[in-house]
Design a protein around this ligand. Structure first.
Ligand SMILES: Cc1cc2nc3c(=O)[nH]c(=O)nc-3n(C[C@H](O)[C@H](O)[C@H](O)COP(=O)(O)OP(=O)(O)OC[C@H]3O[C@@H](n4cnc5c(N)ncnc54)[C@H](O)[C@@H]3O)c2cc1C
Length: 428
């Protein structure tokens, strides 16, 4: 609840994904009157279909020193982790220039420390949030196994493992026997690996957002179903949100609309490079792997997680217009990879899903006040880490709204850090 010296504010959040809903709860806990606006039901955006990792050890930026060299190999492999729409390339050039700059060992070391500051508190934060919401069983503390078929692939993970240990993550090397013990159904082809015992996962990413949204509502929060089409800030300090059905006035607005945030921020004069990095999952119903911890194939770059509805295989980075039709061949590729990972499984009757990661080129989200409008706070661009980074993001937004010194240094998250102008994708 609000501290005695705090000021209660009327706050509207655009976006009822995991970032928006968790932020709403932290603001509500401080006594603010909070409304969340979304064009869909809570959790129906990208937060619906992720791999569920809540991982203090997930701190390795996407842009790594060897990443660019791998790109031709990945692009030429139909089962590979990367695909790119060449028509999208002209719009993405500024984003790729930033990405190229980020593939530098010193920047990567800095990026890993920043991701650690966001992700380290995540497991305890979700334990607290989900207990308060009456759904603690959604959080599983079972670690995360990373496995490799080739020694060369495993050796290539040395820098990432070093970054983890340098940042205080527990990394346990595992031999073939330990791999079998942790994941008995795994193909014998996986012979090298490491375990991150402190990692956790959620058993239903959608279930988590729904439980937290219900908790927010039960505590007096307001959820509105509408599409925000424009945002204007009055000279007097009021923010007006124009939607397809009404105009909402508020003292403070938090932009947490995932990939769509870049367009909303641009309406307020802030341009950031945000790429639509599309990912896919398939979910195989009833796959009998309930005892397994999540398993990541470190070479083919996908993750297998047991969820409430079955075995979810998630992965793929597809740089394509956010609103282009899904390329279901990417989902079919995940089905092939799943059968290779777990020979006892037949990938049939699976559901398939595509979602848009809101990705910055430096793997660091955009969190902070707009320099143009003090009553606007940005909380988006979480790329591969939105589920795990949502709690610290929400706490930082609460610090900013309360005019407190933020609990961690927020300068790495400032939107103005990008030198090249460009939206990162075809304008909507
Ligand atoms: C395959 C895959 C696997 C992943 N695995 C993991 C993982 O294991 N762990 C992890 O931490 N992260 C993972 N991620 C990333 C994670 O899912 C995202 O970072 C996260 O969901 C982003 O959350 P968000 O709340 O910012 O966005 P979203 O969930 O997309 O929410 C944004 C919301 O804003 C709404 N909205 C947008 N525009 C408007 C508008 N104009 N008006 C009203 N509402 C609007 C949308 O409807 C949506 O509900 C994965 C992503 C993918 C694709």
């Amino acid at each position: 609840m609000a501290q005695d010296n705090s000021v209660v504010k009327e706050i509207t959040i655009v976006g009822a994904g995991i970032v928006g809903i968790v932020t709403a709860i932290y603001l509500q806990r401080e006594g603010h009157r909070v409304t969340v606006v979304d064009r869909q039901a809570p959790g129906e955006g990208t937060s619906f279909g992720n791999a569920g990792s809540v991982a203090p050890g997930s701190i390795i930026p996407v842009a790594m020193p060897g990443t660019l060299k791998q790109v031709p190999k990945w692009l030429s492999d139909p089962l590979g982790p990367l695909s790119l729409s060449w028509r999208q390339l002209p719009f993405m050039l500024p984003w790729f220039l930033h990405f190229q700059r980020a593939c530098n060992a010193d920047r990567v070391r800095l990026g890993a420390a920043i991701l650690r500051s966001l992700n380290a508190p995540a497991v305890e934060a979700y334990a607290d949030l989900l207990t308060a919401a009456g759904a603690p069983e959604l959080l599983r503390r079972e670690g995360m196994l990373h496995v490799y078929k080739t020694e060369a692939g495993f050796k290539a993970s040395a820098f990432g493992r070093q970054l983890r240990t340098d940042n205080g993550c527990v990394v346990e090397l595992v031999d073939v026997d330990k791999i079998r013990e942790l994941a008995p159904g795994l193909s014998a082809g996986y012979r090298w690996g490491f375990n991150l015992p402190d990692n956790a996962h959620v058993h239903s990413p959608l279930g988590v957002v729904q439980a937290l949204a219900a908790h927010f509502k039960n505590n007096g929060g307001t959820l509105i179903r509408a599409t925000v089409t424009d945002i204007r800030c009055d000279a007097g300090g009021t923010v007006r949100l124009h939607t397809d059905g009404m105009t909402l006035s508020t003292e403070c607005v938090v932009i947490a609309a995932g990939y769509a945030s870049a367009n909303l921020a641009a309406k307020l004069g802030t341009r950031v490079p945000l790429a639509p990095e599309r990912g896919y999952h398939i979910e195989i119903p009833g796959a009998a792997l309930a005892q397994h911890c999540p398993v990541t194939d470190g070479e083919s770059r996908f993750v297998a997680t047991t969820m409430a509805g079955g075995l979810r295989i998630a992965g793929t980075s597809e740089f394509q217009a956010a609103d282009a039709a899904p390329n279901w061949a990417r989902a079919a590729a995940l089905a092939t990879l799943a059968e290779g990972m777990f020979p006892g499984i037949k990938a049939v009757n699976y559901s398939r899903w595509m979602g848009v990661r809101p990705s910055t080129p430096d793997s660091t989200p955009i969190i902070g006040r707009s320099t143009r409008h003090q009553q606007v706070v940005f909380a988006f661009g979480h790329g591969h880490w939105g589920l795990m980074a949502a709690p610290v993001t929400g706490q930082l937004v609460a610090d900013l709204v309360a005019d407190r010194v933020p609990r961690i240094d927020i300068s790495p998250f400032r939107p103005e850090r990008f030198r090249f102008i460009g939206s990162g994708s075809r304008p909507a």
